[in-house]
Design a binder for this molecule. Structure first.
Ligand code: SF4
Ligand code: SF4
Length: 379
């Protein structure tokens, strides 16, 4: 006798049809490892991302039922994005792989809403629900681990034994009983420490969390002001985000990566062919180029700041004219980092341009960077 598929299985099949590679169900019980997150906050490892530490957000993280009082099950989902080449084969001017294509914040809500509508059609009534995709105060990796999707690796990311860690999580809190899947209890990192060894800023902490203050993903995406001097060289050629601790992970090096939605394929203009030319992007051109892309989160000022730092690190004299031009950018943040980059490349043209700008510049932070650059060049 054929057993008809359960509602959970029907729902997971539909999730797969909608493009999700992983789906698992857990309960709305409070997370068991909340204390790890609380210590992470208490130690300031969230940097200046104040929304993470608000009282309301902390209360909700502690009890998923505060997110949705009717919640009886949580469906956790994973959708894979493009897998980059191993670190050693990457081109200059890198963008984290999740940001090569369309923004998942735009892409996933439609599919999540379609999945909820499908569920409601199956049960014949509306189902209270609330969903997130990296957008709410929940411990999504712990929920996903509890729903059987994978384990939290030493690099702090969720790793699935079949598809690795290049995937985005989403969660749907549902006011309906669905049987929970068994949690993923094994730790398959074993004695490996590749991610810890490869991190350029030693940002990975011993308790499977990351210190955002040092992490290139935070620095190049979330940080809005000047990049700390101590990390500028470590940024290397990362324009937006960082994939190093995923690129070195053996679980991401299987022969057959999952088939990825075309929306995550690199958009036109990526990878950036002429990095120096990015410095002349007007606000309108930046908006046009990165419309619908995760890169827009850095805003023009943050992106051009990063471009200047990467050009400084690449030390190619061919980028001198563009960097000299950026000394007059409308954004002080860009002017300041262009000054730093010019000092990394050096030479008479860089020194003259900095001296000329010093006599015209009125922003005190930029002037400080220009004087520091001139001092570095005079040594
Ligand atoms: Fe380190 Fe980069 Fe991983 Fe951040 S994303 S922890 S900087 S390797
Ligand atoms: Fe775990 Fe090694 Fe992957 Fe780091 S690189 S997450 S230690 S398996």
């Amino acid at each position: 006798m054929t057993v008809p598929p359960s509602l959970s299985q029907i729902l997971k099949n539909e999730a797969a049809r909608l493009g999700f590679h992983l789906a698992g169900i857990t309960t709305p019980e409070p997370p068991a490892h909340l204390d790890v997150y609380q210590s992470w906050l208490a130690e300031g490892h969230h940097a200046d991302m104040a929304w993470m530490s608000s009282d309301r957000a902390c209360q909700r993280r502690a009890d998923p039922r505060l997110v949705l009082p009717e919640c009886r099950s949580i469906l956790t989902l994973g959708i894979a994005y493009s897998r980059p080449l191993p670190a050693s084969d990457s081109a200059n001017g890198r963008i984290a792989a999740y940001a090569w294509g369309d923004d998942y914040h735009d892409l996933l809500p439609l599919r999540i809403k379609a999945l909820v509508a499908f569920l409601e059609k199956q049960v014949g009534h509306t189902v209270p629900n609330r969903w997130y995709t990296d957008t709410g105060p929940i411990l999504e990796r712990e929920l996903a681990q509890r729903a059987g999707l994978g384990w939290i690796g030493k690099n702090s990311l969720l790793i699935n034994p079949e598809i690795g860690s290049y995937f985005i999580l989403a969660e749907i809190f549902l006011g309906i009983d669905l049987p929970p899947d068994p949690p993923f209890t094994s730790d398959r990192c074993g004695t490996c420490t590749r991610c810890i060894d490869a991190c350029p800023t030693d940002a990975i902490l011993p308790n499977r969390t990351v210190d955002s203050n040092r992490c290139l993903s935070y620095l190049t995406i979330e940080r809005k002001d000047a990049l700390p001097l101590e990390y500028r060289r470590s940024i290397g050629d990362w324009l937006f985000g960082c994939d190093i601790c995923q690129q070195v992970c053996p679980w991401n090096q299987k022969d057959a990566p999952p088939q990825v939605d075309p929306a995550f394929a690199p958009r036109q203009g990526l990878p950036v062919a002429d990095l120096a030319a990015e410095l002349s992007l007007s606000p309108q051109e930046f908006n046009r180029k990165f419309k619908g892309s995760p890169v827009k989160r850095a805003k023009r000022r943050g992106y051009l700041r990063n471009v200047a730092v990467v050009l400084g690190n690449l030390q190619d004299v061919a980028s001198l004219p563009a960097l000299i031009g950026a000394l007059t950018d409308i954004e002080p943040l860009v002017r300041a980092h262009a000054a730093w980059a010019l000092a990394q490349i050096g030479g008479v043209a860089a020194q003259t341009a900095l001296q000329n700008r010093a006599s015209l510049e009125t922003d005190l932070d930029v002037l400080k960077e220009i004087h520091a650059a001139l001092s570095a060049l005079s040594v």
